[in-house]
Write a protein that binds this ligand. Structure first.
Ligand code: ADP
Length: 635
């Protein structure tokens, strides 16, 4: 088959589904198709400029990059023409026939069928080029890659259904022209005035000039009409971040955000700064309102758009922010980096390191400010990205203090699952003689909240952080201390409430321990290798028993996480603690029948495991034992 031959190809399944969904769910916001197409044209110009840094001939003697938008009300078409990088035949198939984003299939599965909700999701996904089909029932793309010959032009066409056709054509001028054949009921977009106002709205923040036919006023003008079409630039065509803060309106910041992030929603906050002095750069950092659909995908898009002296260099420059701030979107424009920079060079450049540390501080400062000024807004951020920020103390020890101040937790203060208490809030509520920050980690909030380990804390009115996010174990391993106070896992080691226990309490405990020795030994003998130690407890007020771990051992939650990840877990046994005041333990102590003693001890041990959210080795035997006891009771 020669390349020129017309081919009809089917869209990739995902592309088909997405097209269908988008056409239906974005209908109420249909004008965004222009934003997406202008955004693509602007990216294409950026890419050409970058490629031309190394190879000037790519400009083909036409270095003035721009977008031209025209409409024809008779033919009901809108044409968007750029002289950017263009696409080869393979690129057209690759870019317009498939959806290259990883996780697309997962994304489609997450859709609910509820159009309103789905349209938000699809916004997060970013539909780009396909949005043309919201208003058009046929889309044509004519394109030719910079540096290739006129014969290597490509014509792509689709009705947005199952398939598209592709054909080689002659195209003299470089770049991409998109022709939208509007649906019958979308004629409004061919009204010059309407189109112009949308173009202005969506193009004002990009640095590329966007041209439209000059406006004509009244009959006089029409009479004078020249044969030659006259175009004028309708946007301000200056890189938004290069303008001064006072000049840029909030609306423009928001539009620019949508351009850089491919998000449909407004950002939650932004920070625009020009740095002068030893290093010179401008940064415009955005905090999104919603997590992208692929936040947890390892190779999801992260990093800033890098410009050097206004010239676009690369997308997703990850070197300027740490991973735990990967949700930040935006632009950084440096005067100190070479135009020939590559990702490898960026990784080693000390200039980049200094910028990274300054930008990190900038973001942490922005978050601290929101938290202080508008806690409700901060909560919104926390809900979306809190778990990512929790990776911070492990990754970035130099900012550990700052990050710790930004953390929010669920605690026994309210018992609510929502994470809304800061460590400063906790410290302010600490008891006079309390010197540690207590926490418990579990698989779920309820397991943490109802853990027997909290009984004594509840009794004494001492607050405990309730941690149930996966990342929490990791976080607590790196947090160490806050405000001079150490963190203490309530399930680890012997519970030493320090100053919270009076001397008298302690003496009393020692006496009790002494008296209980025979019972403890008997239980240890009965449970054998399952436990490292059996001892009395000062943690419990209501439960008969609980499981604790050694001070330097891994707690149960960490163990579970590591096991789930298929990692080897050190072999350490739990400590079994008995509440001597509990009637079941008294009963155990009084049991003279050895078999019954063993059964009861085993049940108490299994129960304690269950209360921690643990899994029993042998649930069947546990149930059989329990049922036997229940039957005995009803006798
Ligand atoms: P995105 O822009 O998010 O990558 P799109 O669906 O909008 O997704 O576009 C897919 C790809 O098609 C782009 O990444 C780009 O490579 C290519 N493309 C789209 N429009 C143009 C254009 N006007 N000029 C050159 N390439 C384009």
């Amino acid at each position: 088959m020669t390349a020129a031959q017309k081919e009809t190809l089917g869209f990739q399944t995902e592309a088909k589904q997405l097209l269908h969904l988008m056409i239906h769910s974005l209908y109420s916001n249909k004008e965004i198709f222009l934003r997406e197409l202008i955004s693509n044209a602007s990216d294409a110009a950026d890419k050409l400029r970058f490629a031309a840094l190394k190879n000037d001939s790519l400009y083909e003697n036409d270095p003035d990059l721009s977008i031209v938008i025209e409409c024809d009300s008779k033919k009901k078409t809108i044409t968007i023409k750029d002289n950017g990088i263009g696409m080869s035949r393979e690129e057209v198939v690759e870019n317009l026939g498939t959806i290259a984003k990883s996780g697309t299939a997962q994304f489609l599965e997450s859709l609910t069928g509820d159009e309103k909700k789905d349209s938000q999701l699809i916004g997060q996904f970013g539909v780009g080029f396909y949005s043309a089909f919201i208003v058009a029932d046929k889309v044509e793309v004519l394109t030719r890659k910079a540096g290739e010959t006129a014969e290597q032009g490509v014509h792509w066409e689709s009705k947005g259904e199952a398939e598209y056709s592709i054909e080689s054509i002659e195209k003299v001028d470089r770049g991409t022209t998109i022709i939208l054949h509007l649906k019958k009921d979308q004629k409004e977009f061919t009204e010059a005035f309407r189109l112009r106002s949308i173009v202005k709205k969506y193009a004002d923040h990009i640095s590329l000039p966007v041209k439209m036919l000059k406006e004509e006023f009244g009959e006089e003008e029409k009479k004078k009409k020249k044969k030659e079409k006259e175009f004028e630039v309708v946007n301000s065509a200056k890189a938004l971040w290069a303008r001064s803060r006072t000049e840029v309106k909030d609306e423009e910041y928001k539009e620019f955000y949508k351009h850089v992030s491919h998000d449909f929603e407004d950002p939650l906050e932004w920070s625009h700064n020009k740095v002068e002095g030893k290093l010179e750069y401008t940064s415009l950092l955005y905090l999104p309102a919603k997590a992208p659909f692929d936040l947890w995908n390892r190779d999801s898009a992260k990093g800033l758009k890098l410009y050097v002296q206004r010239v676009f260099i690369m997308d997703e420059a990850e070197q300027f922010l740490p991973l735990y701030l990967r949700f930040i979107k935006g632009v950084v424009d440096s005067n100190d980096i070479s135009l020939n920079v590559s990702r490898e060079i960026l990784q080693k450049d000390p200039v980049v390191d200094s910028m990274k540390s300054a930008l990190t501080k900038r973001v942490l400062g922005m978050l601290a400010k929101i938290k202080k000024k508008d806690i409700e807004k901060y909560q919104l951020f926390w809900q979306e990205f809190g778990q990512v920020l929790k990776e911070g103390p492990a990754e970035d020890t130099s900012n550990r203090e700052k990050i710790a101040k930004l953390l929010l937790f669920a605690t026994t203060h309210t018992g609510e699952e929502k994470q809304e208490q800061s460590l400063a809030d906790y410290v302010a509520r600490m008891q006079d003689n309390q010197n540690k920050i207590y926490y418990i980690t579990s698989e779920t909030h309820n397991t943490a909240k109802n853990s027997p380990h909290l009984e004594v804390f509840n009794k004494k009115g001492v607050e405990v952080l309730l941690l149930s996010d996966r990342v929490d174990e990791w976080l607590m391993n790196h947090l160490m201390e806050f405000d001079g106070k150490q963190f203490q896992d309530v399930t680890k080691g012997k519970l030493d409430l320090g100053e919270l226990d009076s001397e008298e309490d302690k003496k009393q405990q020692e006496k009790v321990d002494e008296a209980a020795k025979p019972l403890l030994e008997r239980v240890k003998k009965s449970l054998g290798e399952k436990v490292a130690e059996v001892r009395t407890t000062n943690r419990l007020t209501e439960s008969p028993a609980c499981i604790a771990v050694g001070e330097f051992d891994m707690n149960l939650q960490m163990r579970k996480i590591m096991e789930a990840a298929g990692q080897a877990v050190p072999d350490s046994k739990p400590i079994f603690e008995l509440n001597l005041e509990h009637p079941l333990v008294t009963k155990l102590d009084e049991e003279s029948d050895e078999d019954r003693f063993n059964e009861l001890a085993a049940i108490l041990f299994d129960q304690a495991n269950l209360a921690e959210g643990g899994q029993l080795d042998d649930p069947g035997t546990f149930i059989r034992r329990l049922n036997k006891l229940l039957l005995d009771l009803s006798k």
